[in-house]
Design a protein around this ligand. Structure first.
Ligand code: NAP
Length: 496
């Protein structure tokens, strides 16, 4: 149950309602989707299993509401977003408690996620006011054969209904990173929250409800992605899909219709460590980058590629820090908490056992209790091991020893994933040349990969995504250009 009475409306007995047409509703399906607490592995929450008919209705009202919203002055849209941001921050604690219970996010990080989301919404409102107020004015006589008799006015208009599908690991932040740009640009939004994270998502949506957005402009349809996902993504009423998640995104991009797609998918971010690197700095970044939220971050460091000559020294430093990580309950703000599900824990274990059979060195004893996996550094990993290439999404990190920088770059570029990467060296020239050679969306120099600050461009190449995100790019992506051409009389026309 929610701990704040402000949220009483969103629950019916013990099942959370879904949100459509400005109201909290019980699904006609009579069915619910269980949400299992990753730490206790007990039933934590129940959400409505929405029907296809309910999806149709939400999309119809989203379409109608969008037409009116697009006419609301930009400054008023921004004002409403600022209000939602303030409410989100006001209710950071009850929302963070849901994150702790349904995705096992450490308590402090859960609060940080909600506050960051409020900041993202406000920044988006301000950025939208600036960039959407600008258009372009062109005259025709620059193109060969033309006279100066055509004047073109170009401006940005909304796409229509944006379908937003975030993943479990940042169910609030990665929802608002889609909702806020969509709304400021004059679109409406249908949100399909991840099942693990749905209750946090519903609480977040309630802040938009309390902020007084028009009925139908935002809706939140709950249900398993495997059951209603295809119906939503292939629906003719959807004009844009903004998705963050794993391989599901690749499948969606093959099935979706002719609508703009924003895809933020998996990563296998490499950390390349050169001989001259500050190993203390590298070790600290490997801990933060590889083990925060138990490695369940798209931009987590997922493979360390270290020059053989400094590998022993680096591994020793990292091992000392890994051994100090606090393992336990998210409520106690532990560094390492349960991974999101049993299937995820089993998948991670599969990667670890494959590496063991093929001769990797375990720097700690492998230990797992239920969904809780103790942090593990695997040294002497070789390219024939699955963990060299696959995304564990857990607190296990492979180290591959390399004999040349080219070997590291080659490994990085041979991956299907290409989200971010990082390089540690004191030589800025080398860093820039390596950055240039790494075929990833972003390269961080002397720091672990990370998303943000949220207005920075953020993108994955190859199987890591389509398009570029970040506040400014998302606003632009959720608009299209509309032009009006003023045709003046021919130049021979006399004005006198
Ligand atoms: P996921 O399994 O792909 O799920 C993502 C979302 O898709 C969930 O809301 C899920 O709903 C929904 N879904 C499932 N099947 C669907 C279908 N057929 N049609 C439409 N939607 C469907 O990913 P996850 O396990 O939640 O998240 C982890 C992955 O996300 C990792 O690979 C990580 O790297 C990636 N990620 C990427 C970024 C980035 O910015 N590049 C950021 C964060 C995470 P249900 O929960 O109901 O199944």
């Amino acid at each position: 149950m929610s701990s704040s009475s402000e949220f009483d409306d969103i629950i019916d007995k013990d099942v959370y309602k879904y949100y459509a047409d400005g109201e909290w509703k019980v699904s006609a399906s009579g069915k619910f989707v269980p949400i299992i607490n990753p730490s206790t592995r007990q039933l934590q929450y129940k959400v409505q299993a929405c029907t296809q008919e309910e999806v149709n209705k939400a999309l119809e009202s989203a379409k109608a509401a969008q037409k009116l919203w697009a006419k609301v002055p930009l400054w008023k849209r921004a004002e409403a977003l600022h209000k939602a941001a303030a409410l989100l921050k006001q209710y950071k604690d009850p929302i963070a408690q849901c994150l702790v219970k349904e995705v096992a996010k450490p308590a402090k990080d859960a609060v940080t996620e909600v506050v960051r989301s409020g900041d993202l919404i406000s920044y988006c409102a301000e950025e939208g006011v600036r960039i959407l107020s600008e258009g372009k004015f062109l005259v025709s006589d620059s193109f060969p054969g033309n006279e100066r008799n055509k004047l073109c006015l170009a401006s940005k208009i909304p796409l229509g209904v944006v379908l937003a599908i975030p993943p479990f690991n940042y169910p609030v932040n990665l929802a608002v990173s889609k909702i806020a740009p969509a709304l400021i640009a004059g679109n409406s939004v249908v949100l399909k929250p991840p099942t693990q994270g749905a209750v946090s998502g519903l609480h977040m949506v309630h802040c938009f409800h309390l902020a007084g957005f028009p009925k139908g402009l935002i809706s939140c349809i709950t249900g398993k992605g495997s059951e209603i996902g295809d119906f939503l993504t292939m629906h003719p009423g959807v004009n844009c899909i903004s998705f963050t998640g794993g391989d599901t995104g690749i499948a969606i991009s093959k099935k979706a219709g002719m609508v703009p797609l924003q895809m933020e998918l998996g990563g296998k971010d490499a950390c390349i460590v050169l001989e001259d690197a500050d190993l203390e700095l590298v070790a600290a970044n490997i801990i933060k980058g590889g083990f925060s939220y138990s490695g369940q971050r798209c931009t987590a460091i997922k493979v360390v590629l270290v020059m053989e000559s400094v590998a022993d020294a680096l591994v020793e430093k990292v091992v000392a820090k890994v051994n100090k990580l606090k393992v336990g309950a998210p409520e106690d703000d532990c560094d390492i908490t349960a991974v999101v599900s049993e299937s995820s824990a089993k998948f991670i274990e599969g990667l670890v056992m494959d590496a063991k059979e093929k001769g990797a060195t375990f720097c700690q004893e492998y230990k797992r209790e239920g969904n809780l996996i103790w942090p593990l550094l695997l040294d002497h990993v070789r390219p024939d091991m699955r963990i060299a290439w696959e995304e564990p999404f857990g607190p296990v990190l492979p180290v591959i020893r390399i004999n040349s920088v080219e070997e590291g770059i080659h490994h990085c570029n041979a991956s299907n994933f290409a989200l971010q990467g990082c390089v540690f060296t004191k030589d800025i020239n080398k860093a820039m040349m390596i950055s240039d050679a790494m075929e990833t969306g972003t390269v961080q120099i002397n720091s672990a990969p990370a998303r943000g600050p949220d207005h920075f461009p953020f993108q994955g190449l190859r199987d890591s995504g389509i398009g570029s995100q970040g506040i400014t790019n998302s606003i632009n992506m959720m608009t299209k250009v509309k032009t009006t051409v003023i045709n003046l009389p021919s130049p021979s026309y006399t004005m006198g």
